[in-house]
Design a protein around this ligand. Structure first.
Ligand SMILES: Nc1ncnc2c1ncn2[C@@H]1O[C@H](COP(=O)(O)OP(=O)(O)OP(=O)(O)O)[C@@H](O)[C@H]1O
Length: 304
């Protein structure tokens, strides 16, 4: 698999405070990577590190195969567009003038690309309206347009849904999907609005206390989210043998419990277990959501 970003053992300390702690992370090319963590987990700090706004204390990362210690990392970084801690826009300017300003900053030879960019983010009809009169969603989308001026193929968005109303969230979601699917832009989104992230992400990285707790693709996650029944028994050996013979898919989760996937025919299962002197202690359906999943693994990490 090709990776846009690979982070190896990255650490960032502020004095004695370790904010990013030996973090590993891989963002596949073409992904919409949901970077999930609660407030203060270290998401923004990691984003600032990979965008070159801060230097790591230890560890490395590579962008498109270029290690951050190599001299041409700044050239490679031009392939990143980022919106960090709010959009970088001038409130007293129109959308078009904001983009012209960014074109000048980047030293681009002509403004020809601007109408296409405005259309892409749905701001083509804003005319002489200044950004200060835009809705928050429009400002966020203008911020993304500014980040897209250099034609990046990796877009980093720090909490892009924050504060948006439902309409703004839908427009942002559609824009993210469009950029990924139509423009082939790999996107890293940090967020704690998990049900919204679940609608777009193809991969997830769950971070807590500066550590990567787990990376998982949405396909793998869907398997976990499938209808799942937790069965607790007195003899796990008997249970797994019976489940095997019933061709039921399962994973063993402890010395006395398994998660069984798909439809479970409870009566024949319990009868067969009883025949082999295995008592059922409990049976319940697991109701998984991205939020539950995150809280579970974060809780698990704390107790590790
Ligand atoms: N320049 C700094 N100096 C000292 N501590 C900092 C600095 N920047 C961030 N921190 C601390 O690092 C920790 C992680 O902050 P960070 O902003 O990366 O978290 P986050 O996951 O993005 O959270 P949020 O969603 O609240 O922005 C916090 O405890 C924060 O106080």
């Amino acid at each position: 698999m090709d990776y846009v970003l690979q982070v190896q053992g990255l650490t960032k300390k502020y004095h004695q405070n370790t904010v990013i702690n030996d973090l590993h992370m891989s963002v596949p090319k073409g992904a919409i990577y949901g970077f999930v963590g609660k407030n203060g987990a270290g998401k923004t700090t990691l984003i600032r590190l990979i965008c070159g706004l801060q230097e790591p204390t230890a560890g490395t990362y590579t962008l498109y195969g270029t290690n951050h210690h190599e001299s041409d990392i700044s050239t490679t970084r031009r392939r990143i567009g980022a919106v960090i801690e709010g959009p970088s826009i001038y409130m007293n300017m129109t959308a078009e003038d904001n983009l012209k300003m960014q074109y000048r900053v980047l030293g681009l030879p002509s403004f020809d690309g601007i109408p296409t960019l405005l259309r892409l983010v749905g701001l083509e009809h804003t005319g002489k309206k200044k950004a200060k009169h835009f809705s928050l969603g429009m400002r966020q989308r203008l911020g993304i347009a500014v980040a897209l001026c250099g034609d990046p193929d990796f877009l980093v968005l720090d909490e892009p849904m924050n504060g948006l109303d439902p309409k703004g969230i839908i427009e942002m979601r559609e824009l993210i999907l469009k950029l990924n699917r139509e423009q082939q832009i790999t996107i890293l989104i940090s967020s704690h609005i998990l049900d919204e992230l679940a609608r777009v992400a193809t991969h997830y990285g769950f971070i807590d206390n500066g550590k990567m707790i787990q990376e998982i693709s949405s396909t793998e996650l869907e398997k976990v989210f499938r209808k799942c029944t937790r069965i607790k028994v007195t003899n796990i050996g008997v249970l797994t043998r019976v489940l095997d013979s019933m061709q039921q898919e399962y994973t063993v989760v402890s010395e006395e419990a398994v998660n069984v996937f798909g439809e479970v025919h409870i009566t024949p299962l319990v009868l067969r277990l009883a025949n082999e002197h295995c008592n059922v202690l409990s049976i319940h359906e697991l109701d998984e959501s991205l939020e539950h999943y995150y809280l579970n693994i974060v809780g698990g990490a704390k107790h590790a």
